[in-house]
Design a protein around this ligand. Structure first.
Ligand code: 5GP
Ligand code: ZN
Length: 154
């Protein structure tokens, strides 16, 4: 099918845009960004405040506030693009590892209310490049409580 124009039954995703959304502005090209990759449903660009060199963001073209708002197809497209950027960061930037981070809601540190996945290259033993620490300590587990909550989620 490569090279064929979309037929009358081809499903072209409709793009929802919110007027005051920064990332909708990036998607529309109204806010400048360094864009590295894009697909029909998603776009990857550099974070303006990188926590490590190569810190990127992947967003759906169509506005969705968060994980609870995004469609399954847009979510899959974002994850796919995040994987591509992660591979490039390993190959081209020499990253030793990658963190994917997605924040949903103020309590989970979300500041921009357009779904996004952070792709954060990690550099081992390079404090000048990477001084991110784990945000939590391991706590001793209570197996009954873990099982009780697991059952709530089952
Ligand atoms: P959050 O805190 O919502 O998980 O992440 C929002 C991210 O968006 C932050 O890392 C912040 O640096 C980035 N950001 C905020 N405004 C802009 C912008 O105008 N352009 C780009 N490229 N990134 C932005
Ligand atoms: Zn938006």
């Amino acid at each position: 099918m490569t090279g064929c124009p979309p037929g009358p039954t081809a499903k072209v995703p409709s793009v929802r845009a919110e007027p005051d959304c920064i990332f909708c502005g990036v998607v529309a090209g109204e806010i400048s960004s360094t864009t590295m990759a894009q697909s029909e449903r998603a776009i990857a660009f550099m974070d303006i405040n990188p926590v490590t060199p190569g810190h990127a963001l992947v967003v759906p073209r169509s506005h969705a506030t968060d994980l609870f708002d995004i469609t399954a197809d847009d979510l899959a497209a974002c994850v796919h693009l995040a994987q591509q950027i992660a591979e490039r960061a390993k190959e081209r930037l020499g990253a030793d590892g990658i963190n994917l981070l997605n924040c949903n809601g103020e309590a989970a540190w979300q500041t921009v209310l357009h779904f996004h996945i952070h792709v954060i290259p990690r550099f081992k033993d390079q404090p000048g490049k990477d001084c991110i620490g784990l945000p939590w300590d391991s706590v001793p587990s209570n197996l009954d409580e873990i099982e009780r909550i697991g059952n709530l989620l089952s």
